[in-house]
Write a protein of this length. Structure first.
Length: 113
């Protein structure tokens, strides 16, 4: 007959896995969310630069808004003129579970140069 002692650790691997799995899942989900937010920030910055160039060339403000909206859904645009510069600030909420607002500003020389 086999007697089990007090130091028997049968099942401890399963218990440790059950404790560690939610922590690993949270880290993976947060990493994926951060990657998604970074990708959205890059698209937003590129769209703001395109919109600033369009506005500086004299295109309609609606055209600049459509460029930003097509790059990042739900993005808003603020167009300002600062001396010889046309600046566009585009902002959008990140598609992650945290309440995070992304913003990008880009300026272009007025007149299209």
């Amino acid at each position: 007959m086999i007697r089990r002692g007090l130091g028997d650790d049968r099942g401890s691997v399963v218990a440790e896995f059950a404790v560690a799995l939610p922590a690993v899942a949270v880290v993976v989900l947060l990493g994926a969310g951060a990657l998604g937010a970074c990708a959205t920030q890059v698209r937003l910055q590129d769209a703001a630069a395109d919109a600033a160039r369009l506005a500086a060339r004299g295109e309609a403000d609606g055209r600049a808004q459509s460029v930003v909206a097509s790059a990042v859904s739900g993005a808003s645009l603020v167009l300002t003129r600062r001396g010889d510069l046309v600046c566009v600030t585009a902002s959008a909420s990140a598609a992650v579970s945290l309440p995070l607002t992304l913003s990008a500003t880009s300026c272009a020389l007025d007149g299209g140069l």
